[in-house]
Design a protein around this ligand. Structure first.
Ligand code: ATP
Length: 305
């Protein structure tokens, strides 16, 4: 039976977080729907990562309610929340791979934690499958993180996040530090995994290209709460100054035109399938070059990327 795409998978209500005198969130509400890729944006330090940590139970809020798959996550012991934790995967900002373990061993960590009865042969088989699924060469499995490029490390982190076949994926700045071509390829990987596996994705990013390329809706954090959530055209229609500056500033416009070039490329590819890779890739690099110029011109006032 098809799943209800209006089902709320993550429900955050009245969230408050603070560190000492510093209030990060006040009365924050957010819903993530089944099957969507929700982009989460906001200036540096607005509390995007703290929000993600609150949802997955790594940060105990001062107040509020959070449910994931209808189950409360706040204040539950790790052992109590096992059934929900098995249903999500997380890619932290820096990849957070264990440097002393190989890629395959990293992927096996959640499997060993939740399914102790799995045989070594099966663990290896599942890890090998996840490694290939994220576009890494099969021979990446026995390598250590230090032996991989930044883009490959991201894919290894994603392979580990997918180890338990999650329904929900949390990604914290997955394309940060990747070159434009690598970032576009990673976006495409996330989109295709989300579509084929029916994943719901909570994606924190500063990457405007990612927002345009793969996000169904975008939530904007500012003033300690989610000030708006919607499609990019819906957000642009609001008059909040930060949203206007973000999407209608030089970098936002460059990303939008990159997307238009990509859409044109899709149309061309429908007629000439063999030309698609070069055209789309080129569109993104052009946008990113325009992006760089725009950032220089704007004095990087938005602090994106
Ligand atoms: N464990 C902690 N102790 C004290 N302060 C913290 C802690 N974790 C986060 N903060 C503070 O909370 C604020 C929000 O941090 P967070 O990492 O969520 O921001 P962010 O929106 O993800 O930023 P960025 O886009 O730069 O990654 C920051 O001012 C940060 O210094």
């Amino acid at each position: 039976m098809p799943r209800d795409r209006n089902e709320v998978v993550v429900d955050v209500r009245g969230l408050r977080n603070s560190f000492g005198d510093q209030v990060i969130h006040e009365n924050l509400d957010l819903q993530v729907r089944r099957g969507e890729i929700l982009g989460v944006v906001g200036g540096s330090g607005t509390g995007k990562s703290v929000l993600m940590r609150s949802i997955i139970g790594l940060q105990t809020p001062d107040a509020g309610e959070i449910t994931v798959f209808g189950e409360p996550t706040i204040g539950r012991e790790e052992t109590e929340a096992t059934d929900i934790r098995k249903r999500w995967g997380v890619l932290f900002q820096n990849g957070a791979l264990f440097s002393t373990l190989t890629v395959a061993e990293n992927v096996q960590v959640p499997l060993r934690e939740f399914y102790r009865e799995l045989s070594p042969a099966l663990l290896e088989e599942i890890a090998a499958y996840k490694v290939v699924m994220t576009g890494l060469p099969a021979n990446a499995g026995p390598k250590y993180p230090a032996e991989l490029s930044g883009g490959m490390r991201k894919r290894a982190g994603l392979a580990r996040a997918l180890a338990l076949d999650p329904e929900l994926l949390f990604l914290d700045e997955p394309t940060a530090g990747l070159d434009p071509i690598g970032a576009a390829a990673f976006d495409e990987l996330i989109r295709s995994l989300s579509r084929t596996l029916g994943l719901t994705v909570f994606l924190i990013t500063h990457d405007l290209d990612t927002l345009y390329a793969i996000c169904d809706r975008v939530a904007v954090l500012a003033d300690r709460k989610v000030i708006a959530v919607g499609t990019i055209p819906e957000l642009i229609a609001t008059d909040h100054p930060w949203i206007q500056e973000y999407f209608e500033g030089p970098r936002g416009r460059a990303a939008a035109s990159t997307q238009e070039l990509g859409d044109d490329a899709d149309a061309v590819a429908a007629r000439h399938p063999t030309e698609i890779d070069a055209t789309v890739t080129d569109a993104r690099s052009q946008g990113s070059r325009a992006d760089e110029h725009a950032r220089d011109a704007a004095g990087n006032s938005l602090g994106t990327r």
